[in-house]
Design a binder for this molecule. Structure first.
Ligand code: PLP
Length: 360
């Protein structure tokens, strides 16, 4: 037998893992600096680690109270009703749940190019068709209502990423508001704020008071350092929030992930330190890399290096893993995540050597 025709579905291309690269190069993974997946170089808060350890003995039962506790805690944080918080396995899971709730077969979605590939993948899993709006390098990847509306044609879902991965560019909240008003009532604006903690701009969650066609996705994978646990959420408008019960996979998030997220959200000092460091390191990357870079609202910087694949390969041989953005549709660019200060300094030294060699 065979699965259904999957030819339109493309596999997700993750940033390369340290263990994988170490095996290939025959070196110790601990000797590699991995700045390819926008992970938090400091990891989770100690309180989250303690919560994970303490939960080990309780994993024999399904997570129920912890799910309620986290939705209540997040609802409180955002000033929304608990029902409006859809806890999911990673923010990727939130994208899936929103697609499940919105898409009928053949419905069309509009996603950014270059952009995060999972919007397209998730829409296709749910039998949707994908169109793209283009962010232009000539325009510094500016995100404006016009960039989006030029390509908009009554789509069922419109994905916005702010701060945008991999370019770092951002929407002003007033522009998200303008989009919410410009699109048809049946168009859901999904505002992906995976990097929302790193920007100075306000979240779009506040727009949910005024619009019932805006949903915001957030994650514990980045600033909270819990990428390995797979936990995120969407905040959705109150009028259709009860759809969660019809589309969620039972017990969407694990007991361990829920308890860790609860502990992490209460350790704001850790998040503040992480964000402060990332902001310093992104300024440092922009100031010191010998390549054109773009302003970033995230914990990463996009750099124009000419031959991204050659630069990423050579950098990796020198112990620093960065993201070749060819799979994002930017074959000239690499994306460098903000590491700790020593990691980021090492990355700049290695990349500046490599870039001058590759150009020579
Ligand atoms: C990292 C990321 C996500 C979510 O990742 P999860 O680990 O699934 O929470 C979502 N959108 C963008 C643009 C990202 O970079």
């Amino acid at each position: 037998m065979q699965p259904r025709d999957l030819s339109a579905l493309t596999p997700y291309v993750p940033g390369r893992g340290a263990a994988e690269v170490a095996r290939e190069l025959g070196v110790d993974p601990a000797d590699l600096t991995k700045l390819s997946s926008n992970e938090n170089p400091y990891g989770p808060s100690d309180a989250a680690v303690e919560a994970i350890e303490a939960t080990a003995e309780r994993v024999g039962v399904y997570p129920k109270a912890s799910h309620t506790d986290l939705t209540d805690r997040l609802a409180d944080h955002w000033g929304v009703a608990s029902e409006q918080v859809w806890v999911t396995p990673g923010a990727d899971g939130a994208l899936d749940y929103l697609a499940r709730a919105m898409l009928d077969p053949g419905d069309r979605v509009l996603a950014p190019e270059p952009g995060f590939s999972y919007y397209r993948m998730s829409a296709r899993y749910h039998h949707g068709e994908v169109d793209r709006y283009h962010l232009s390098k000539d325009d510094d990847f500016a995100q404006t209502p016009e960039t989006v509306l030029d390509a908009y044609d009554d789509h069922r879902i419109l994905y916005l990423t702010t701060p945008h991965n991999p370019t770092g560019s951002e929407f002003a909240r007033a522009d998200v508001r303008e989009l919410a008003e410009s699109v048809a009532d049946h168009t859901l604006l999904v505002v992906d704020e995976a990097y929302g903690e790193y920007t100075e701009r306000p979240s779009s969650v506040a727009l949910l008071d005024d619009y019932d066609n805006v949903a915001v996705t957030r994650t514990f994978s980045k600033a909270y350092g819990l990428a390995g646990l797979r936990i995120g959420y969407a905040v959705v408008p109150e009028p259709w929030a009860d759809a969660y019960a019809r589309v969620n996979t039972p017990f969407a998030a694990s007991e361990v992930a829920l308890r860790a997220a609860l502990a992490a959200i209460d350790d704001q000092a850790h998040v503040d330190d992480v964000v402060e460091s990332a902001r310093r390191m992104r300024s440092y990357l922009r100031a010191e890399l010998d390549a054109p870079t773009w302003a970033s609202g995230g914990n990463f910087v996009l750099a124009d290096v000419g031959d991204a694949s050659a630069v990423a390969d050579a950098s990796q041989r020198n112990g620093v893993i960065v993201r070749d953005c060819s799979s994002f549709g930017l074959p000239g660019c690499i994306r460098v995540s903000c590491g700790t200060e020593p990691q980021t300094r090492e990355a700049v030294d290695v990349l500046n050597d490599v870039v001058s060699e590759v150009e020579a």
